[in-house]
Design a protein around this ligand. Structure first.
Ligand code: ADP
Length: 264
């Protein structure tokens, strides 16, 4: 079986509970990644720094400086939690903090690609987060959904898997409409859906479904695929989940590629 390159993005909804890191879920995530890494290359894009910072310091995250300070306090807390958990599986990790600027110039993007390739070649798991500590508002994506889509594209990944608090994309918000139906495969996204109001389901979440759709659209336009699925049940469904990723027969949001690009 040819090794695939898989980008996992985990959101605040999955990683945090009552304003702190949900330890059991992080361990589940780490177990999942350790398993998938046995067969494939994995890149992790993680949220959770601001929520982790909030456990140590009660600053107002809605203020720009408050959020930056929370991120600066939380990022090492988040990484040390990952380190503790990945140590169980003997997986070495690296921290890569990015901004939108890292994707807007050929030179910077090439450096980023080389860092990722060299990290993976050395069997180290790259853990990426948005650098919202030193960046200005016009340099940030503002949500890790779109960051992870850019990471997936520029690292020539086979698929982006977004682990969210929701198990797929529905025809309306399932938290508001109990009759909402899951759209299992989506191959086009309307401008109207992309412009809808953001609807995160968690105090620390930033995007809601709209940023996931933007990520999906970006990948679709670049001939790539994305899965949206629940991060809550990952361990219970580990086998199904891994085979779904590998065979592209998942029941969640999958984007049909319309062309393939190669820039790895
Ligand atoms: P995460 O922290 O995983 O990024 P978010 O809370 O930002 O998650 O986004 C997922 C939330 O988006 C869901 O829990 C749901 O409340 C909301 N949502 C709004 N519309 C939809 C839809 N059409 N399909 C799925 N989820 C939706």
């Amino acid at each position: 079986m040819k090794k695939k390159r898989i980008v996992f993005k985990v959101g605040n909804g999955v990683l945090t509970e009552s304003n702190k890191i949900a330890k059991e879920r992080m361990l589940n995530l780490v177990s999942l990644i350790a398993e998938v890494r046995r067969f494939h290359e994995v890149i992790l894009v993680t949220s959770g720094a601001v929520a982790a910072g909030h456990t140590a310091l009660k600053l107002d995250r809605k203020m720009q400086i408050g959020k930056k300070v929370l991120a600066s306090v939380g990022q090492p807390l988040l990484m040390s939690s990952y380190k503790r958990n990945f140590d169980i599986y003997d997986v070495e990790i690296s921290q890569i903090l990015l901004t939108e600027d890292d994707f807007d110039s050929r030179k910077r993007t090439e450096i980023f690609q080389q860092i990722i390739n060299t990290t993976l070649e050395n069997n180290i798991l790259p853990i990426i987060n948005e650098n919202d500590i030193s960046s200005t508002p016009d340099q940030v994506f503002g949500d890790n959904d779109q960051l992870s889509a850019h990471v997936a594209h520029y690292t020539n990944a086979d698929v982006l898997v977004i682990l969210s608090d929701i198990d797929g994309y529905y025809d309306s918000n399932p938290h508001e409409n109990p009759d909402a139906n899951m759209l299992k495969v989506v191959s086009s996204i309307s401008d109207e859906a992309l412009k809808a109001q953001h609807s995160p389901n968690n105090e620390f979440a930033t995007g809601g479904i709209v940023t996931k759709l933007k990520a999906a659209k970006y990948l679709m336009d670049n001939g790539r695929e994305m899965f949206l699925c629940s991060g809550y049940e990952i361990l219970r469904r580990l086998k199904i989940f891994c085979s779904a990723i590998c065979t592209k027969k998942g029941r969640s949001l999958a984007q049909k590629p319309n062309r393939t690009t190669s820039n790895r």
